[in-house]
Design a protein around this ligand. Structure first.
Ligand code: CP3
Length: 357
C-alpha cells in the first residue's frame, strides 16, 4: 500500500524536500508550501464554491481532492494540504456546523453549561470524516509520481473549544474564558473529549496516506496569558501531540500568537514548530532550538504588497534561516482572500531560485 508508506516505514529516508526538512535533513532547496494555499484567493476555488456549499466540498472526496490539487498544479508547491477545515470533526460530536458566506463558521447549538459537554460524543474518524480520509487517499495516489507529500491536519483543543462555546468567530473569547474559569472540571472534560476525537482523526489521516500532520492552535495564544495557557491548555496539547506522534509521520505544531510563551507552546510537542510572523525567524528559531525543524514565517500581508516590497521580505526570511537544515518556508498565518495569485506564483519561484544548491 503505497499511500501508507510514510506510516509503515518511518525510518526510511524520504526524498521529498518537505519531508526531509521536517526531519532536519539537508535538502537541495528550501521546500515551500503556504497556509490556506487552497483557499478563497483562488478563482477556481471561488467558482466551485458558487456551485457547492463548503460542507459539500469537504464531504465529497472527489471535489476535496480537486481543490487540494489546484495550488499544486498552479504553483508547483512542495506539499499539498488536504482541503477541509478544522471544524467538521465537531459535527460527529453533536455540534451543528454551518459555513455562512462572509460570516465564517457558525455552531447552531453552542456549549453554555457543563451538561452540554457531557452529551458530546467521541465517534471514530472513519465514521465521521470518511470524505476527508478518502480525499487524502486520492490526492496521495495522484501526487505519488511527483513526490509531493500530503499534509493532514486538525485543530487543537482550545481553538476548537472556542468555536464550540462562542458559536463562531470571536474577538475577545470572553465566553470561552468565562467557561474555562468558572467550570474548570467541565472545561477539562471538554478538552479531553476534543483531544480524543482529534488524536483519533490525526492517526486516521496518517493511515489514509497523509505523509505529515499539522495541528492548528490558532486562538489560544491570542486569548490567553502564559499562566492560563500553561494551566488550562498545555496539558491537553501535550496529550494530543503525544498520541499524534504514534502516527509515524512528522507532526507540525503551529500555534499562533504565542511569542510571549513560545517555548511553553513548543514544549507541548510536534517534530516541527510552525512559527507565526511576529518574531524574526532566527530569533524565534533560536528560542525553540536550531536542532528542531521550523516552518515559517513570512507575514501573509506581505503578499498584498508590490513585488519590490514583497521580495526583500521573502529574502529576509531566507537569510534568517541561514542555510540551516530543517527550514520549511511558509507564511506565518493563512493567506487572505485578497492575495494576488501572481504574488503566490512569484513567491514560490523566488524561494526555489534563491535556495537551490
Ligand atoms: O489550504 C487550505 O485552505 C486548506 C483548508 C483549510 C481551511 N481552513 C479551508 C477554509 C484549513 C487548513 C483551514 C484551517 C482553519 N479553519 C483554521 C486554522 C488556520 C488559521 O487560519 O488559523 C481555522 C481557525 C479555521 C476556522 C475557519 N474556517 C474560519 C475562521 C473560517 C472563515 C474565515 C476564512 O478563513 O475563510 C473558515 C472557513 C474556511 N475554511 C474557508 C476555507 C476555504 C472559506 C469558506 C468559504 O469558502 O466560504
Amino acid at each position: 500500500m503505497t499511500e501508507a508508506a510514510g506510516a509503515l516505514s518511518p525510518n526510511a529516508e524520504p526524498s521529498s524536500p518537505f519531508l526531509r526538512a521536517c526531519r532536519g535533513l539537508p535538502t537541495d532547496r528550501t521546500p515551500v508550501w503556504l497556509l490556506r494555499q487552497a483557499g478563497r484567493y483562488l478563482p477556481e476555488y471561488r467558482a466551485l464554491r458558487e456551485k457547492h456549499s463548503m460542507l459539500e466540498l469537504i464531504r465529497s472526496p472527489e471535489l476535496a481532492a480537486r481543490v487540494t490539487l489546484i495550488p499544486i498544479d498552479a504553483f508547483d508547491l512542495d506539499a499539498a494540504i488536504v482541503f477541509s477545515d478544522i471544524l467538521p470533526p465537531l459535527v460527529g460530536m453533536g455540534l451543528e456546523l454551518d459555513f455562512v458566506q462572509a460570516d465564517g463558521p457558525r455552531i447552531g447549538n453552542p456549549i453554555s453549561r457543563p451538561r452540554d459537554v457531557d452529551v458530546l460524543g467521541t465517534p471514530p474518524a472513519e465514521e465521521t470524516m470518511a470524505g476527508t480520509l478518502e480525499a487524502i487517499g486520492l490526492v496521495s495516489r495522484e501526487l505519488a509520481a511527483r513526490d509531493v507529500p500530503v499534509i493532514g491536519f486538525a485543530g487543537a483543543p482550545f481553538t476548537l473549544a472556542s468555536y464550540a462555546i462562542e458559536g463562531g468567530v470571536s474577538k475577545d473569547f470572553s465566553r470561552t474564558k468565562a467557561f474555562m474559569l468558572s467550570e474548570p472540571a467541565a472545561w477539562r472534560r471538554l478538552l479531553t473529549r476534543l483531544v480524543t476525537v482529534q488524536a483519533d482523526y490525526l492517526l486516521a489521516q496518517a493511515r489514509a496516506g497523509a505523509h505529515a500532520l499539522q495541528v492548528f492552535d490558532s486562538w489560544a495564544g491570542r486569548a490567553l496569558g502564559r499562566e492560563d495557557y500553561v494551566r488550562y491548555v498545555a496539558p491537553h496539547n501535550r496529550e494530543l501531540f503525544a498520541t499524534a506522534s504514534q502516527a509515524g509521520v512528522p507532526v507540525i505544531n503551529f500555534s499562533l500568537g504565542v511569542s510571549a510563551y513560545l517555548t511553553d507552546a513548543a514544549a507541548c510537542g510536534g517534530d516541527v514548530v510552525g512559527l507565526d510572523w511576529q518574531l524574526p525567524l532566527d530569533e524565534a528559531w533560536e528560542r525553540i532550538g536550531f536542532d528542531r525543524p521550523a516552518q515559517g514565517n513570512l507575514d501573509p500581508a506581505a503578499l498584498l504588497a508590490p513585488w519590490r516590497e514583497l521580495r526583500p521580505r521573502i529574502d529576509d526570511v531566507i537569510d534568517r534561516a541561514g542555510g540551516r537544515p530543517g527550514h520549511v518556508f511558509n507564511v506565518g498565518h493563512g493567506l487572505v482572500p485578497q492575495t494576488p495569485v501572481d504574488n503566490v506564483r512569484r513567491l514560490v519561484e523566488h524561494v526555489r531560485e534563491r535556495t537551490s544548491a
